[in-house]
Design a binder for this molecule. Structure first.
Ligand code: URP
Ligand code: ZN
Ligand code: ZN
Length: 459
């Protein structure tokens, strides 16, 4: 099957130019001017539109048990929402419950995704309990296409690991071409502060922020960097939320540590005042690390623009307000941590282009190219190049939307961005040459998303 996307303004992480893109089967076969193609070619006129490589979201929690409940989007609804937002690849976390092996957990998540996923998907392994048999499984992960492992330095009593586990996993990661990702917060400090808050009767959502302040995150970020330095391993810090943590990343990079930082769309928009919204509305903003003070979002925009942070992910971890967030009505520590954002990620990061905070190329780099590179998907994903998968987003820079819950496709009863007005939207999306989104509506075939066996991190 032939597809021709005509006359669009192609934007990669490096270049912006007007050209046609020819797709044959699943791949891009030509990029050039006035391309002639067979008569039965499907032609999409992209005049006046941008053509981006499909978004790559390396931080999602679809169909994931957490805090006694399960995230609201499964692989069907979550990946359809992702597609409608311009994302064509995700890497989902596979939580290891204590007592389970890594392969057993990966098999479980694979069974949940197959036949449902609307876009391509990979998996991160996760270790919460490093037994000897789990340790022995690490070396086999790359052969099944899993080249990253997440460790939690927070959530004491649940997923948190100790420093010995971090060092051992980092060491094994170097030996096996695996990238370690860390959730960097000092879990002991956060736990102690939470208990003190509750004893003092501080039970409302706003205490989520004061019980895990920026230094709690910065300390763990510095420690992760130091431990990676000890064994000369690269390390990737997920969901960086504040200046204090960015400074630790910069400090470590200054002395040669290969530490990479990701932030998430919500840290560019919200602050601790959102946790104090009327009624129990603040619970919608209970994600971890928490929204910070009102000066931090501007700082985070600068950090993604100047390269201090390299990726904008969604940390899509959706829980319904009704029935899930309300579990913590009497105790903020029981509010399931996480927020939706898989569909909003590109739209809201793109607003930085409108505001003059990001160049178009930097936008593409943050949401597609660099995550594809770091997580072993490039140049198959994250690029508009001959031979790359034809995952393309035709973006209308003048389309406007007032974001509301019904305007989105996520299976969750709210959006953080309710009522915000945006300019610039994904209109048409292709996945390996198939049009899966037209006019922001999903037109693909559920289950056509494929498992992504990823290469090792190189860098
Ligand atoms: O609040 C969050 N981020 N929930 C998802 C789990 C995690 O820590 O990434
Ligand atoms: Zn986390
Ligand atoms: Zn997360």
């Amino acid at each position: 099957m032939h597809l021709l996307i005509k006359n669009g303004t192609l934007v990669t992480a490096a270049d912006t130019f007007i050209a046609d893109v020819e797709v044959e089967g699943e791949h891009i076969v030509r990029v050039g001017q006035d391309l002639q193609t067979p008569d039965d070619t499907r032609v999409i006129d992209a005049t006046g539109k941008y053509v981006f490589p499909g978004g790559v979201d390396p931080h999602t929690h679809l169909d994931t048990p957490s805090q006694g409940t399960t995230t609201a989007d499964d692989y069907l609804t979550g990946t359809i929402a992702a597609a409608c937002g311009g994302t064509t690849s995700i890497v989902n976390f596979c939580f290891q419950q204590k007592g389970k092996g890594l392969n057993e957990v990966l098999d479980h998540f694979a069974a949940r995704a197959v036949d449902k996923a609307a876009i391509d998907y990979g998996f991160h392994a996760m270790i919460s309990d490093l037994t000897e048999s789990v340790f022995d499984e690490i070396s086999g992960l790359p052969s099944r296409g899993v080249t990253s492992i997440k460790l939690f330095m927070a959530y004491r009593g649940a997923n948190m690991v100790d420093d010995r586990t971090i060092v051992r996993t980092l060491e094994a990661s170097v030996d096996n071409g695996i990238l370690v990702m860390v959730h960097a917060e000092n879990g002991d400090a956060a736990d102690l502060l939470q208990q003190q808050h509750l004893r003092a009767g501080k039970i409302a959502p706003k205490y989520h922020a004061t019980s895990r302040p920026p230094r709690v995150e910065a300390e763990a970020t510095a420690r992760a960097a130091a431990l990676a330095e000890v064994v000369n391993a690269p390390v990737y810090v997920v969901h960086v939320s504040c200046m204090e943590a960015v400074e630790e990343i910069q400090r470590a990079r200054g002395r040669g540590v290969n530490i990479m930082g990701e932030t998430c769309t919500h840290y560019l928009y919200f602050d601790e005042r959102d946790l104090d919204r009327a009624g129990f509305e603040g619970a919608k903003y209970v994600y971890t690390p928490p929204p910070r003070n009102k000066h931090q979002p501007a700082y985070m925009w600068r950090a993604i623009s100047n390269g201090s942070l390299r990726v904008v992910a969604s940390d899509h971890c959706p829980f319904n307000f009704e029935g899930q967030k309300t579990l913590g009505a009497e105790d903020f520590t029981l509010i399931p941590n996480g927020a939706p954002g898989i569909e909003e990620r590109l739209m809201f990061t793109y607003q930085g282009v409108n505001d003059g905070r990001l160049t178009l190329n930097r936008f593409v780099d943050l949401v597609s190219t660099t995550p594809a590179k770091i997580f072993g998907l490039y140049p198959r994903k994250g690029s508009i190049a001959i031979g790359s998968d034809a995952d393309l987003v035709i973006w209308n820079p003048t389309a406007e939307l007032t974001v509301t819950k019904p305007a989105l496709h996520q299976n969750v009863d709210y959006t953080l961005y309710e009522g915000k007005q945006i300019v610039g939207l994904p209109e048409t999306v292709t996945l390996r040459g198939q049009v899966i989104v037209e006019n922001r509506q999903y037109v693909g075939t559920p289950g056509s998303g494929r498992f992504l066996a990823r290469n090792s991190y190189v860098g």
